[in-house]
Design a protein around this ligand. Structure first.
Ligand SMILES: *Cc1c(COP(=O)(O)O)cnc(C)c1O
Length: 411
């Protein structure tokens, strides 16, 4: 097995990979952006394809010996177009951030106006945060959510009319409602802006029809492949035909050198897996689990931003409890649950402290957990927050759940 090979070569690194495997097996993963890939996906990531340089596009490479990686990348692109119904796909972006950066490079000039969702309201760094390339190089106008955690579409339109952005970005890292892509598209058309939709978080829901698709509405659809989509770490750009050449050029040579063909192979495998009826069932279960987990948390006295989840993610709103996101996320780690602190709308706390904790159901659902387990997870979280059970007992309850739904059994 791979770990034995690493152990022989480098026991120091092997030790921590082994410990990480144990951590993943024995704790409840509620980080909304994480998942557990198949062993086939991981095997492709560790394959000989990592040795190959393949700058350029399939059949138009700057290196020789690309006949096999050409076939793999072509297959991946074809699967992506079939799964999402898009005209064109580029599987080379090393990450979601790179996918977005390439769209910016293609669609904009430095200093152009871009509208995106504010980071503290659920948007992503690459949607215009002042510390990110997007906020540094472009004129950013941010929109947000109301107290119910819902995008204020009227305000988006008002801001668009007033600021005439060249690009409008829809999509988020922490938004628990269905996004109305048609509304975004109508607003973009009114001001003659490009529409980019970033489905990094909801890719699996879009792929399976559990969430409406932005593909018919958007000029560009970007995604990560490692969140709900359950593939390797990486990014994809989908776009309309007329943008295909420009987008490909923006990725390479625009912002990247050689593509990671081992990761592209793993993306192709994940895309095949995502076409299966099992995966469709998985995506449905993710959403059911999320809605139920939200309602159970509320029943246990823990507020959820907006009072419900319509996708895979929600934010615990700790303001009324007088607790911070930082403290509760650390407390959850102590009881065997991994999550991350996150701001709530109009958060009185700093981004390092916050009044919220973001949780999601993508990873636990991959383990096979359903409503009954969501009930227990909600109960563990509430019992931890309200100190109704000892840390030791809570940790054991988390561990028992993990034992019941084993992960990577023969690893
Ligand atoms: C995660 C995420 C990204 C960035 O993905 P990385 O692979 O971490 O670079 C971009 N956009 C959104 C909305 C995300 O949630």
């Amino acid at each position: 097995m791979e770990l034995d090979i690493i152990k022989k070569e480098d026991p120091e690194v092997a030790k921590y990979i082994e410990l990480e495997l144990e951590r993943q097996k024995n704790t409840i993963e509620l980080i909304a952006s994480e998942n557990f890939t198949s062993k086939a996906v991981m095997a492709a990531c560790g394959s000989v394809l990592t040795n190959k340089y393949a700058e350029g596009k399939p059949y138009k490479r700057f290196y020789n010996g690309c006949q096999n990686v050409d076939k793999i990348e072509e297959l991946g692109v074809r699967r992506c177009c079939e799964l999402f119904g898009c005209d064109h796909a580029n599987l080379q972006p090393h990450s979601g951030a790179q996918a977005n950066m390439a769209v910016f490079l293609y669609a904009l000039n430095i200093g152009d106006t871009v509208m995106g969702m504010d980071l503290s309201n659920g948007g992503h760094l690459t949607h215009g945060s002042p510390v990110n390339f997007s906020g540094i190089n472009y004129n950013i106008v941010s929109y947000g959510v109301n107290e119910e955690g819902v995008i204020d579409y009227d305000n988006v339109e008002k801001l668009a009319l007033a600021n005439k952005p060249k690009l409008i970005i829809a999509g988020a890292s922490n938004y628990s409602r269905i996004i109305d892509f048609e509304k975004f598209s109508n607003i973009a058309k009114k001001v003659n802006a490009y529409l980019m939709v970033d489905i990094a978080h909801i890719a699996a829901l879009v792929a399976t029809g559990v969430h409406p698709s932005p593909v018919p509405y958007a000029d560009f659809v970007t995604t990560t492949t490692h969140k709900t989509l359950r593939g390797p770490r990486g990014g994809i750009i989908m776009c309309k035909k007329e943008h295909a050449q420009g987008i490909d050029k923006a990725v390479f040579p625009g912002i990247q050198g050689g593509p990671l063909e081992h990761i592209i192979a793993a993306k192709a495998i994940a895309l095949k897996e995502a076409m299966s009826s099992e995966f469709k069932q998985y995506a449905k279960q993710v959403v059911e689990n999320s809605a139920y987990l939200a309602s159970e948390l509320i029943n246990n006295g823990v507020d959820i931003v907006g009072g419900k989840s319509e996708n895979h993610v929600m934010t615990l709103d700790l303001r009324k409890l007088g607790k911070t996101g930082k403290d509760v996320a650390n407390l959850l780690e102590e009881v065997g649950i991994t999550a991350n602190k996150n701001t709530v709308p109009n958060d009185p706390q700093s981004p390092f402290v916050t009044s919220g904790v973001r949780i999601g159901t993508a990873a636990t659902t991959t383990r096979g957990m359903k409503k009954e387990e969501m009930k227990e997870i909600a109960s563990i979280i509430a019992d931890a927050i309200f100190e109704k059970d000892s840390i030791e007992n809570l940790k054991n309850r988390s561990y028992q759940l993990c034992k019941k739904f084993p992960l990577y059994e023969d690893m």
